[in-house]
Design a protein around this ligand. Structure first.
Ligand code: PEP
Length: 252
C-alpha cells in the first residue's frame, strides 16, 4: 500500500512574513493527518525559515531545483549537500518550467536526480506532455522518453528511492485539470513502464499528479488507483486550499 503524498510547489512566490503565516497555518491544519504525508518545496532563500517553522511538524520541506554538480565554479547554483544541511527531504527535478524556460533536457534532469539520491535526498522527477503533444497523440511517446531517461540513469534502486510526478504542461497554472481518467491513464502507463524495469519497485513508487489541483478536485483525482497524491502549485499558496488537499490525500 503506497502512502499518499501532497507536495506544495511555491515556485518564485513568498516573503518572510507571508511565509510565516502560511507555514504556521499549514502546520496546524495538517496536524491531524493519519496516513498521508505532506511537504512544501520553497525558494532557496526560505529554506532556513521552512526548517525552523516545520521541524517537528507533519510537514516536510524541500527545494525546487538543484545542481547536478557536487561543488565548484558554478555561479548561482546550489548543491544537494547544501540542501541537506537545511533539512530538505524532497527536491523537484525536471519541472516543466525548468525544462521549457531554462532548457533542462532529460539528461540534465537525470543527472540532478542522481546527485540528490547520492546525497540521501528524494527527487521528485516531473514528466509531462505539452498541449501540442497531447493533441498530436504522442503523450505516451513523450512521457515514455522522459521516464526512460530517468530510469536508465537511476536504475531500479534509484527509482525506488524517488517520487515521480506526472504534470501535463497544459494543466499547469492554467486552471485546466486533467480529468481523473486522463490522469489515471498516464499514471498507469508510467507504472507499467517502471514495472518493465522492476515489478516490486513499480508497485512502491509514488506517482503524483500535478496541474491545477485544488481542494475541489483533489479527492476525485486521488481516488484513482495509480494517483498517489499531488504536486500542487498555485493552491499551495493558500493555506485553506493546501490543507484541504492534504486532507483529501489522507483517506483509507
Ligand atoms: C506545479 O507548479 O507543479 C503545478 C502543478 O502548478 P499548478 O497547481 O498551479 O497548476
Amino acid at each position: 500500500m503506497r502512502q499518499r503524498l501532497a507536495v506544495g510547489n511555491w515556485k518564485m512566490h513568498g516573503n518572510l512574513p507571508e511565509n510565516r503565516s502560511l507555514l504556521d497555518a499549514v502546520v496546524a491544519g495538517v496536524a491531524g493527518l493519519q496516513r498521508a504525508a505532506c511537504a512544501v518545496c520553497v525558494p532557496f532563500p526560505y529554506l532556513a525559515q521552512a526548517q525552523s517553522a516545520l521541524a517537528g511538524s507533519k510537514v516536510a520541506w524541500g527545494a525546487q531545483n538543484v545542481s547536478q554538480h557536487p561543488k565548484g565554479a558554478f555561479t548561482g547554483e546550489v548543491s544537494a549537500a547544501m540542501l541537506l544541511e537545511f533539512g530538505c527531504r524532497y527536491v523537484l527535478v525536471g519541472h516543466s518550467e525548468r525544462r521549457q524556460l531554462f532548457g533542462e533536457d532529460d539528461a540534465t534532469v537525470a543527472a540532478k536526480a542522481k546527485a540528490l539520491l547520492a546525497a540521501g535526498l528524494t527527487p521528485i522527477v516531473c514528466v509531462g506532455e505539452t498541449l501540442a503533444e497531447r493533441e498530436g497523440n504522442i503523450t505516451e511517446q513523450v512521457v515514455g522518453r522522459q521516464v526512460a531517461a530517468a530510469a536508465d540513469a537511476l536504475g531500479a534502486d534509484g527509482l525506488a528511492a524517488s517520487v515521480m510526478a506526472y504534470e501535463p504542461v497544459w494543466a499547469i497554472g492554467t486552471g485546466k485539470t486533467a480529468s481523473p481518467e486522463q490522469a489515471q491513464a498516464v499514471h498507469a502507463f508510467i507504472r507499467g513502464l517502471l514495472a518493465g524495469r522492476d515489478r516490486k519497485m513499480a508497485g512502491s513508487v509514488q506517482i503524483l499528479y500535478g496541474g491545477s489541483v485544488k481542494a475541489s478536485n483533489a479527492a476525485e483525482l486521488f481516488a484513482k488507483a495509480d494517483v498517489d497524491g499531488g504536486l500542487i502549485g498555485g493552491a499551495s499558496l493558500v493555506a485553506g486550499e493546501f490543507i484541504a488537499i492534504c486532507k483529501a490525500a489522507d483517506v483509507a
